[in-house]
Write a protein that binds this ligand. Sequence first.
Ligand SMILES: [Fe+2]
Length: 206
Amino acid sequence: MADTRSLFATRLYRARLSAFDPQIDPGELEASCYSIADDDEAGQDWCEREGYPGYTSYASLTDLPWRFPIFADLVKALDAHVAAFAEDLQFDLGDKGLVLEDIWINVLPEGGSHGSHIHPHSVISGTTYVAMPDGTSALKLEDPRLPMMMAAPTRTKECREELKSFVYVAPEVGDVMLWESWLRHEVPMNMAEDDRISVSFNYKWE
Ligand SMILES: [Fe+2]
């Protein structure tokens, strides 16, 4: 029998946000996202200018946790999730830690999508899901080695998840997903009538 192993793992973390305190009320978080989006004219202008579908606070509000107590609470819970993931990754953090770098709101309306990207300058990136209407987009993750597979055959449709080139994950409201920031990902088009709302974030090693 041959001994065939998997090497160079890509870890993907999924948990319920509520697994760590403080507890965040999902309805209050959704209402906060909408009220911040409604008030953020600079952000709305940026989205319009850049052709961004829907709304993101990424370019306009860099201090959500300082302005809004519910985001301060959210960051406390996310800090604990990121620490748990760092344990799983067996990172040697030395005398530094993983600390929040950015956190932002995404409101993706029907027909909106967010193309494939990575998060430079960060270590851990992730998203917590605030509103996920029926039929809305999954999160699509891509094997980072695709550029090296020029002459390789594709895999069978039924191949094991760890061998797939693209993996789709359908998060539920209240889920937290974390991955290493180099992992390319995208949000395919939202085919649901209602908004897909999420809060994304980056953690750096500092
Ligand atoms: Fe992203």
